[in-house]
Design a protein around this ligand. Structure first.
Ligand SMILES: [Zn+2]
Length: 446
């Protein structure tokens, strides 16, 4: 690893051009990864054989696109059939160091295993991301994601620690104690989900009569759920807490805990792991491969280049991203920059308009004084859809007389901005428990 600079954690890995990287690192690592999977994983041997691929094919001419896609349902079926860890595992039990579970928002949990080297490369990628987000050894970070098997807890903690920062393993819940701790230990950063801070601010004002902006926090490191890229929401958090809110932690525990974060130029999420993950972009409907060029929009598909326990090839993440640029940020990072638009299986078509549930966040967040920012899109199975129902958390302080007017105002704003008709219904503050896991923004109704 090259020497850390003010701007970059690993200058060699982070500034190598995509072309140079492909020529020198990507192909040898991919071939080694394929051979490792062939040797150790019955799951992959079966799938390679089903595609007519033999170990002798793993040479410089190998075309990754000859492999079929794999997704979470394949991995879950494997673990269900061969419990507890499945036939995907490519190492012996003696080499496994840690077991996590995925956050399980769309299905039952998947058990993720890490060897020592898997853990090390995960921490390296996470350290790049947090360094990019501005975490430094002079910082004290209170880390408020769940440590209960979720990689967002322990693994992200280790990534934060690797930057040299002091890290407080707080976890979730016990918000009152958290506020006391912030007052006594005076951390400079909080690492949490975006939806947690408005609730913590409420508690701070209501129970302690303290203005959150007077506390020590200078930076919020957001991860675990969408929201940080919503400009209105971010502004309201920054104003209320007098801190800088950073989208610092994008990743997925089945693949790599953290591989995206933004730098101080706020030019979208940088992809930090070109030596650890091979990214592809596909059209989620046709599955055609799309170029990773600025403006392209599609589902992110990831292949491990450096994984021992559970190597994945062409894993469909179902996250739809937009490529914002490649290698053109003033910070010098060469990987592509992207924004996460939403889940491909959540994409809605309402009166012919394609949209993601996260798109409503920008409008809901404009009413930070009256709304908590949490919401759900309520959908019936019937298509085509002419309108959607939006269930939005309203603050307890908003009285009944104001609620009708506010609903009509929000409906009008969304109609104007997104060209879709919505029917806003209120949920009382605290209805959606978004602190612990990624919220699923869609709820199906009968
Ligand atoms: Zn940058």
């Amino acid at each position: 690893m090259s020497e850390v600079t003010d701007e970059l954690w690993n200058p060699t890995a982070e500034t190598m051009s995509v072309e140079e990287f492909r020529a020198t690192i990507e192909t040898p690592r991919l071939l080694r990864q394929l051979r490792h999977a062939w040797a150790g994983s019955e799951f992959w041997r079966d799938r390679f054989a089903a595609s007519g691929i033999d170990a002798a094919d793993f040479t410089d001419g190998f075309n990754l696109r000859d492999l079929p896609f794999v997704d979470k349902s394949d991995l879950l079926a494997d673990q269900a059939e061969y419990p507890p860890f499945g036939r995907l595992v490519a190492v012996s039990h003696d080499d496994i160091r840690r077991v996590h579970r995925t956050s399980g928002t769309t299905s039952r949990p998947f058990l993720t295993l890490l060897t020592e080297r898997d853990s090390e490369s995960t921490i390296e990628a996470g350290a790049r991301a947090f360094w990019c987000a501005g975490v430094r050894p002079s910082d004290t970070v209170v880390h408020c994601l769940s440590y209960c098997m979720w990689s967002g807890g322990l693994t992200d903690h280790l990534c934060l620690e690797r930057t040299g920062a002091t890290v407080i393993p707080f976890g979730v819940g016990n918000s009152r104690y958290l506020l006391e701790l912030i007052q006594t230990v005076r951390p400079t950063c909080i690492s949490c989900t975006p939806s947690y801070l408005p609730r913590l601010a409420d508690l701070c004002r209501r129970e302690l009569s303290i203005d959150p902006s007077t506390l020590s926090l200078q930076k919020a490191l957001f991860g675990g759920e969408p929201g940080a890229q919503d400009a209105g929401f971010r502004e309201s958090i920054e104003r209320e807490w007098a801190l800088e809110a950073v989208d610092a932690n994008y990743g997925m525990s089945d693949v790599l805990s953290i591989f995206g974060s933004e730098c101080r130029h706020r030019s979208g999420l940088h992809f930090h792991s070109q030596d650890i993950l091979l990214p592809e972009l596909i059209d989620p409907k046709t599955r055609d491969t799309l170029p990773l060029d600025p403006g392209a929009q599609g589902e992110l598909v990831l292949t491990h280049l450096f994984r021992e326990a559970q190597p994945l090839f062409r894993f469909r993440t179902h996250d739809v991203v937009k490529i914002l640029g490649v290698g053109d940020c003033p910070c010098g990072r060469s990987g592509f920059r992207f924004a996460v638009l939403g889940r491909s299986d959540d994409m809605l078509i309402v009166k012919g308009v394609n949209l993601f549930p996260a798109a409503f966040g920008e409008y809901v967040s404009r009413y930070g004084d009256q709304l908590t920012g949490a919401y759900r899109v309520l959908l019936s199975d019937q298509e085509p859809r002419q309108s959607v129902k939006l269930k939005v958390e309203i603050r307890a302080t908003v009285d009944t007389a104001q609620r009708d007017r506010l609903a009509r105002e929000l409906e009008g704003l969304i109609r104007g901005g997104l060209s879709v008709c919505v029917n806003v219904v209120w949920a009382e503050q605290g209805t959606f428990n978004d602190a612990e896991q990624k919220p699923r923004l869609v709820e199906l109704t009968a």
